[in-house]
Design a protein around this ligand. Structure first.
Ligand code: ZN
Ligand code: ZN
Length: 139
């Protein structure tokens, strides 16, 4: 399946009508798994296609998040980051470079004191210094 077909398929699967701008935003997210902010997404797409407006990018991201096509996470700086990966996964936030890394973690997690609670979303966020920044520090 080529990228355009994949994008159309993903939009259809999430009940989103395709438009050129929506396809551009989705393509960007597929190609950039770095958990970009809406501003970064807008700036990068706008550099190539100056007709796209900030409002369009923001509205598109909101729609994608509502429909479950992308997931979101918030950093300590209260920036919303967009993530094409919607399956359960953990995040490691590097305090040096600000990158957000994905990692896998496995069930069952053990929680004590939440009997009879309905857990609907689980976010695992680890913080520290990533491998690249640690290596740079040693040089
Ligand atoms: Zn780092
Ligand atoms: Zn992620």
């Amino acid at each position: 399946m080529n990228l355009t077909d994949k994008i159309l398929h993903l939009l259809e699967e999430h009940d989103i009508k395709p438009s050129y701008q929506r396809m551009q935003v989705l393509e960007y997210l597929i190609n950039n798994e770095s958990h970009p902010t809406a501003d970064t997404i807008f700036t990068d797409i706008h550099a190539k296609s100056p007709v796209i407006s900030k409002a369009t990018v923001y509205n598109t991201l909101n729609l994608f998040a509502q429909k479950g096509l992308v997931s979101t996470m918030m950093t300590d700086k209260l920036e919303v980051r967009y993530d094409i990966l919607t399956e359960q996964h953990g995040h490691f936030v590097c305090k040096e470079c600000g990158r957000v890394y994905n990692f896998e973690h496995h069930y069952p997690n053990e929680y004590v004191g939440l009997d009879d609670f309905d857990i609907q979303k689980e976010e695992i966020v680890l913080k520290g210094v990533c491998k690249n920044c640690r290596q740079r520090g040693e040089e």
